[in-house]
Design a protein around this ligand. Structure first.
Ligand code: GDP
Ligand code: MG
Length: 149
């Protein structure tokens, strides 16, 4: 079982795209185990994006992700890292395939709407960074047998 941390970034929230984006993730069959509206602090943004510190876009990235409310979502399941990344599309919306979230809703790399964990290890760590264990809900869905063999 993998976990993926998904963030609907401030542009997605401001543009009223929470519903359309969650609809796609939910319709794919992903299981949500945590969802909350939040505003990311500078400290948390530095922790979450620490790997990009020193890059030319880092200051802009921190100011973007902390600029307004975000929707933080945790999903769990087999292969969710790859499933979510492929649903989200390429980092640069200019290159993202039509049919992906970034390819359908975005035009600019600095406003690319959504974050998704890029490895099982980062998924575990990022979910733990944004959610307390009490905020994560695990329950069986009767539909699971129709989604996964
Ligand atoms: P992701 O995993 O697809 O989100 O991409 P990365 O981990 O490489 O980068 C993290 C985030 O930094 C991206 O989602 C963008 O918001 C931002 N970013 C990455 N590269 C650039 C860039 O060249 N310019 C700008 N303005 N932002 C960037
Ligand atoms: Mg990344």
């Amino acid at each position: 079982m993998e976990k993926s941390l998904i963030i609907l970034k401030p542009d997605a929230v401001q543009r009223g795209l929470i519903g359309p984006i969650l609809t796609r993730l939910e319709a794919r069959g992903l299981k949500f185990i945590g969802i909350k509206l939040s505003q990311i602090s500078g400290d948390l943004a530095h922790k979450h994006y620490g790997v990009h510190e020193g890059k030319p876009f880092f200051a802009g990235l921190v100011s973007y992700i902390t600029s307004g409310p975000v929707l933080i979502v945790a999903v769990e399941g087999k292969d969710v890292i790859e499933i979510v990344r492929s649903t989200v599309g390429a980092t640069n919306p200019v290159k993202a395939a039509p049919g992906t979230i970034r390819g359908d809703f975005g035009v600019n790399i600095g406003r690319n709407l959504i974050h998704a964990s890029d490895s099982p290890e980062n998924g575990e760590n990022e979910v733990a960074l944004f959610f307390n264990s009490e905020e994560l809900i695990r329950s069986e869905r009767s539909v699971d047998q129709w989604i996964t063999e």
